[in-house]
Every structure is written in structure tokens, then in C-alpha cells.
Design a protein around this ligand. Structure first.
Ligand code: COI
Length: 351
């Protein structure tokens, strides 16, 4: 691929950012990568200053929601080397999502060369403080116009980045959902489609109004099987066994999820990838066998759940010494940030 054109910002915002007090995804780096799809092909990617984009009200993104995204992080180690974590998995999933939403697939060279160039240009935006990273948000959406309900003929790929701290602060209380669903068989639950998240906001607000932070999603058909936790995959620990549901049409193939499964197995933990029910979780909780419950995703990494609610009753998770959540979290973060061995070859250096 030709060298990517870079237009530097004339006014950096970096001095306005307190890198020791970062929230999640609410300040944005100076530049972004943009690449347009027109006339049946992806054009040349460019790095430009982070700026508004101009779209006609007839752009199909506004009408039919043809929009997908990814979530990744860049880390700096003590020697100020820059690392990504399994970016090939995000690239693959971006195109899995693209296919499902009838969006043209993106060439690998645009994704990787574009990302590398952007990370070099905005290298100073990658935080070094413990627990922080540069959150990377690739998106593709329909810019082509028309009210006809059919795929657009033009799209935009953007990578924007945000220096970020923790996704959640404090304990996470969740409510097991009995009415609403985030996905269905044959649907788009496995894709990172923007609409999957929009559809969660209303039921999540109902849960927040009832005193929880997040919803535990159950299957759309019976609401008996536990599937995801908010915008994350979910794990439970019954006695010494870690359990997570299998990926499906309805469950996102999370990079953190599958990395945790591999790390836990390499640590000699017993891991079961199988369906599990609300009834099983309630029974284990009542018998004292339910030791842990946590969400796993790129943004929050591992987010321990302290309380779950079901049918107006709350169930507390016990305080566990040396929890799987904290052990697995420090293992995965060690690999991601180059402070631990990477026996899996997951780290990806940006030279
Ligand atoms: C991520 O964990 O990166 C996600 O995609 C969840 C997001 C909605 C913050």
C-alpha cells in the first residue's frame, strides 16, 4: 500500500488532558484515520485532524443503522514501546460484522497500516499510568444516500482514539433480565452493530432506575439461559469451575472472553464452555457454591459483579480471597502491557 497521507493538526489538545485522571472514552486524541468506500471500492486511507464529519440527512446510517464498530486498546510499556493485543481478532470480527450488515469488507492493509500510522502520529496520546490505555474505536457506517431500505453505495471507515482509564468505578450490581432481549437466533447479536447497543439502553435504564448498574441478558426465547452481562461476555465460577456460555448467533465472540478461557486453562483451572441457566446460578448461590460472577470485555477487561437481582430479590456474591477475577485480570493485563510473559504470542508491537 502507498504511504498514508498525514495532515497534522495545527492545534494539539494534548495539554488540556489530565492523564492522571482519565475517565473512559470522553477525551479524544488529535487525529483520526478516515477512508471512504465509493464506486465499489475502498479508497486511500488518510490521517487527518480529529474533526466533525459532514453528512446529508439522507445518508443511510441515519435511517437504517448500517453501522459497526470495534473496541481495542494500545498500551505503553516501561520502555515506551507501544503494544496492541490480538488486533487480528478485531480485524476479523470487523469484517464478520460488516458481512452481516451488508457493508463491504475492509482490506486488511487499510486496517493495519492505517492503525499503525495513526498510533505513530498520536503516540503521545497513549497513556503510561497504570490502569490506563488508549482506547481505539474503529467504525464503519453508511454515508450513501437514499430512503430506499437497501444497503448504501458508500461508506466511511474511521479510527478514532481516546486515552482512557477504567470503564467502571466501584462495584457492579446487575439485574437478570426477564423481559427484554439483546439478540435473537438468526439476528445480529454476534456482530458489533451499533444498533445492538442502542437496543440495550432502554432496558438498562430500567435496571438503573431499580438500583442496578447493568443488565444480565438471557436468551430471547425462554429467558432461562444466561448469555451476556451488559456490553460484555459473562463468566461465573461455581466452586472451582469457571463457566461461560458458548458463542452463537446471539453471543459476541469477545476477544477478552476467549483470551480468559485460554489463560484459565493454561493456569490449570477447570473451565467449562457450556450453556448455563438462571436456575443453576440461583441454586449455586443459595447453596454457597456460587463464588464469583464477572463480565469480560475490552473496555472493562474483567468487571466483578457484587450483587445480582432476580425477580425483585437480590443475591450477594461472597468476598473471595485470591479471586479468579483478580488473578485472570492481572494475567491478561500483564500480557497486554508487556509486564508478563506472553506464551500465546498475542502481543503485537507497533514499531
Ligand atoms: C468493549 O469492551 O470494547 C466494548 O465494545 C464495549 C463497549 C460498548 C464499551
Amino acid at each position: 500500500m502507498d504511504t498514508i497521507r498525514v495532515t497534522q493538526t495545527s492545534k494539539s489538545n494534548i495539554d488540556s488532558v489530565d492523564f492522571n485522571n482519565l475517565g473512559f472514552g470522553n477525551v479524544f486524541s488529535d487525529h483520526m484515520l478516515v477512508c471512504d468506500y465509493q464506486n465499489g471500492q475502498w479508497g486511500a486511507p488518510e490521517v487527518v485532524p480529529f474533526q466533525p464529519i459532514s453528512l446529508m440527512p439522507s445518508a443511510k446510517i441515519f435511517h437504517y443503522g448500517q453501522s459497526i464498530f470495534e473496541g481495542m486498546k494500545a498500551y505503553k510499556d516501561a520502555d515506551l514501546n507501544t503494544w496492541l493485543f490480538r488486533p487480528g481478532e478485531n480485524f476479523k470480527r470487523l469484517n464478520t460484522s460488516a458481512k452481516r450488515l451488508a457493508i463491504p469488507e475492509l482490506p486488511k492493509s487499510i486496517f493495519f497500516e492505517g492503525l499503525k500510522t495513526l498510533l505513530k502520529v498520536d503516540n503521545a496520546w497513549i497513556p503510561t499510568a497504570e490502569g490506563s490505555s488508549l482506547y481505539i474505536r474503529p467504525i464503519i457506517f453508511a454515508t450513501g444516500e437514499g430512503f430506499h431500505a437497501s444497503p448504501a453505495d458508500a461508506y466511511k471507515f474511521i479510527i478514532a482514539t481516546a486515552p482512557s482509564g477504567p470503564y467502571f468505578s466501584g462495584e457492579v450490581k446487575v439485574r437478570i433480565e426477564e423481559k427484554y432481549s439483546r439478540s435473537a437466533n438468526g439476528g445480529v447479536g454476534y456482530a458489533k452493530a451499533g444498533g445492538n447497543y442502542a437496543g440495550q439502553f432502554y432496558p438498562t435504564q430500567l435496571a438503573i432506575d431499580a438500583g442496578y448498574n447493568q443488565v444480565i441478558w438471557t436468551d430471547d426465547n425462554t429467558h432461562e439461559f444466561i448469555e451476556e452481562a451488559g456490553a460484555m461476555n459473562i463468566f461465573i465460577r461455581i466452586n472451582d469451575t469457571l463457566i461461560t456460555g458458548p458463542t452463537s448467533d446471539r453471543i459476541l465472540d469477545g476477544v477478552t472472553r476467549k483470551s480468559i478461557i485460554d489463560i484459565a486453562r493454561a493456569e490449570g483451572l477447570s473451565v467449562e464452555v457450556r450453556k448455563f441457566t438462571v436456575a443453576e446460578v440461583l441454586e449455586a448461590s443459595t447453596n454457597g457454591h456460587l463464588k464469583e460472577m464477572f463480565g469480560a470485555g475490552t473496555a472493562a477487561v474483567i468487571s466483578p459483579i457484587s450483587v445480582f437481582g432476580y425477580k425483585d430479590q437480590n443475591y450477594n456474591l461472597p468476598e473471595v480471597e485470591n479471586s479468579y477475577a483478580s488473578r485472570l485480570k492481572s494475567k491478561i493485563i500483564g500480557i497486554q502491557t508487556n509486564t508478563a510473559e506472553d506464551p500465546f504470542g498475542w502481543r503485537f508491537k507497533i514499531d
